[in-house]
Write a protein that binds this ligand. Structure first.
Ligand SMILES: N[C@@H](CCC(=O)N[C@@H](CS)C(=O)NCC(=O)O)C(=O)O
Length: 177
C-alpha cells in the first residue's frame, strides 16, 4: 500500500520463527506479538494488517467515499480475517515455513480455503472488484496478498478463472510486481 501511495518507508524484517515477534522490544511496539506492525515517525504503533491498511488509505481514492461502497469494502476486510486468512494463509505457512509436506497439511485448511476461493470466484463473476464498485479498493489489496501465493499452500487456482483475472487486475492497479 505504501508503494502504491508513493510513500517513503523503511521495511524491517522480523523473523517470527526465531522469536523475533516475542522480544521485549518488539512487544513494546506490538503487544499482540505479531507482524505486520506499523510504526509512525512520531513513534505511534499500529497492529493488524487491515487496521494498518485503513489508516494508510484514509482520504485517498483507495477507500470509497460513498458510505454503502465503504461498507461493502469493510465486509470483505472482515471476511478476510475470519474466513480466508485462517485457511489460505495458514496452509501456506504450514508448507513454506513449518516445512510440512502436502500430505501433512490439515485437510480442514484446504477444504475451508477452497470454500473461500469459491466465494471470491462467485463474487468476481459479476464485478471486476470485490467491493463491487467501479474501482479497486483496499479490500482488493488485502485479499490479493495471500490469494496470489495460494498455490504455495497447495491451492490450485486453475479452477478459479475469475480469481486469476482479478489477481492480474489488482496487481496492475496497485503496481505489485
Ligand atoms: N490478524 C492479524 C494476523 C497477524 C499474524 O497472524 N501474524 C503472524 C504471521 S502471518 C505472526 O506474526 N505470528 C507470530 C507470532 O504469533 O508469534 C493481521 O492481519 O495482521
Amino acid at each position: 500500500m505504501l508503494d502504491a501511495l508513493g510513500r517513503d518507508y523503511q521495511w524491517v524484517e522480523v523473523d517470527i520463527m526465531s522469536g523475533g515477534s516475542r522480544t521485549p522490544e518488539f512487544l513494546l511496539r506490538n503487544p499482540f506479538g505479531q507482524v505486520p506492525t506499523l510504526t509512525l515517525e512520531d513513534g505511534r504503533t499500529l497492529a493488524q494488517s487491515n487496521a494498518i491498511l485503513l489508516h494508510l488509505v484514509e482520504g485517498t481514492a483507495w477507500i470509497p467515499a460513498d458510505a454503502w461502497e465503504r461498507a461493502k469494502m469493510l465486509e470483505w476486510l472482515f471476511w478476510e480475517q475470519y474466513s480466508h486468512e485462517p485457511y489460505v494463509a495458514v496452509a501456506r505457512f504450514q508448507r513454506v515455513y513449518a516445512g510440512k509436506t502436502a500430505a501433512d497439511v490439515e485437510p480442514r485448511l484446504l477444504e475451508r480455503g477452497h470454500a473461500a476461493l469459491a466465494r471470491m470466484e462467485t463474487a468476481l463473476a459479476g464485478s471486476d472488484w470485490l467491493a463491487g464498485g467501479q474501482a479497486a479498493t483496499v479490500a482488493d489489496l488485502a485479499l490479493v496478498a495471500y490469494t496470489r501465493v495460494a498455490d504455495e499452500g497447495g491451492f490450485d487456482l486453475s479452477a478459479y478463472p475469475n480469481v486469476r483475472g482479478w489477481i492480474t487486475r489488482v496487481e496492475k492497479a496497485f503496481g505489485i510486481k
